[in-house]
Design a binder for this molecule. Structure first.
Ligand SMILES: Nc1nc2c(ncn2[C@@H]2O[C@H](COP(=O)(O)OP(=O)(O)OP(=O)(O)O)[C@@H](O)[C@H]2O)c(=O)[nH]1
Ligand SMILES: [Mg+2]
Length: 268
């Protein structure tokens, strides 16, 4: 039964297979500078028998109406772009499959309505977001000003420090390089204040769209693996720029010499 069901699962899109940690857009507003998955996460993935259950992270996309939230999601999930505007009513979601360092992983991407009259419906879905993507239109600077309010609303429904935050400028194809660079300076300042990672993209041309979602997936995947290790195991260790996680170092120090363990824990 199990093997016959396996045939019903479509093959993994090669573009969704991530083996190296995807890079940031700009070092000026970037959540993490790491270039590799954390050593313990890699080890845990190599040792996984595949019976641990499918991991899934919730991503919520917010921002003013017409900024291009739906178009961004559709470009990534369906590789489609529609020039006609069809307002999102309430919410919608897409599930996108990945394989990250050998582990199956899903992003559940929630598209919310920017129109004021649908805001109360959409905000009911903000809870439990591992990733919040705040979107503005590079060709309409006012929409950047509103991103802080959108983020505040989304954060209110979530535990403090429980979500990765991204600030995304869309419609890059509509602005000149000079305008884009100027707007990015403002956007990067906003991103720093919001503790967000910044990206400029175009749903029309597809520029940076795959790279952006790969980055989202890798960061969310690694975070969920770290949380899982923290829950199943017990010992405290420090990773990267001050993130405290719990891990059972004894388990790994059986396989890795002690000095190497120290190096791997501080390398990412
Ligand atoms: N040129 C260009 N147009 C875009 C791009 N992204 C979106 N658009 C257009 O902008 C309009 C609004 O896009 P949507 O994706 O529907 O906007 P939205 O943010 O989902 O709007 P709501 O659902 O009302 O919140 C549509 O006409 C799109 O075709 C882009 O990257 N480039
Ligand atoms: Mg929409």
């Amino acid at each position: 039964m199990k093997s016959s069901l396996m045939h019903l699962v479509p093959p993994m899109n090669r573009e969704r297979i991530i083996s190296k940690f995807p890079k940031w857009y700009t070092p000026e507003a970037c959540l993490q500078f790491k270039e590799h998955f954390h050593a313990q996460v890699r080890t845990a993935c190599q040792q996984s028998t595949g019976t641990a259950g499918l991991k899934i992270s919730k991503v919520v996309v917010v921002g003013d109406l017409y900024v291009g939230k739906t178009s961004l999601i559709n470009r990534f999930c369906k590789d489609k772009f529609d020039r006609d505007y069809k307002a999102t009513i309430g919410v919608d979601f897409e599930t996108e499959r990945f394989e990250i360092i050998g582990m199956p992983y899903n992003l559940q991407i929630w598209d919310t309505a920017g129109q004021e009259k649908f805001k109360c419906i959409a905000s009911a879905y903000y809870r439990g977001a591992e990733v919040i993507i705040t979107v503005f239109d590079l060709a309409d600077i006012q929409t950047l000003d509103h991103t802080k309010q959108w983020l505040e609303d989304a954060l209110r429904e979530n535990e403090p420090d429980s979500s990765f935050i991204f600030l995304v400028g869309t419609k890059k194809d509509l602005v000149s390089d000079a305008v884009c660079e100027r707007t990015e300076l403002d956007a990067i300042r906003f991103a720093k204040e919001m503790q967000a990672e910044y990206w400029s993209v175009s749903a029309k041309t597809g520029e940076n769209v795959k790279e952006f979602f790969s980055r989202v997936a890798a960061l969310a995947f690694e975070q969920s693996m770290i949380k899982e290790l923290e829950n199943t195991l017990g010992h405290r260790a420090q990773i990267g720029a001050g993130n405290l996680i719990s891990m059972w170092i004894e388990k790994y120090s059986m396989e890795v010499p002690e000095d190497k363990t120290q190096v791997s824990l501080s390398c990412c």
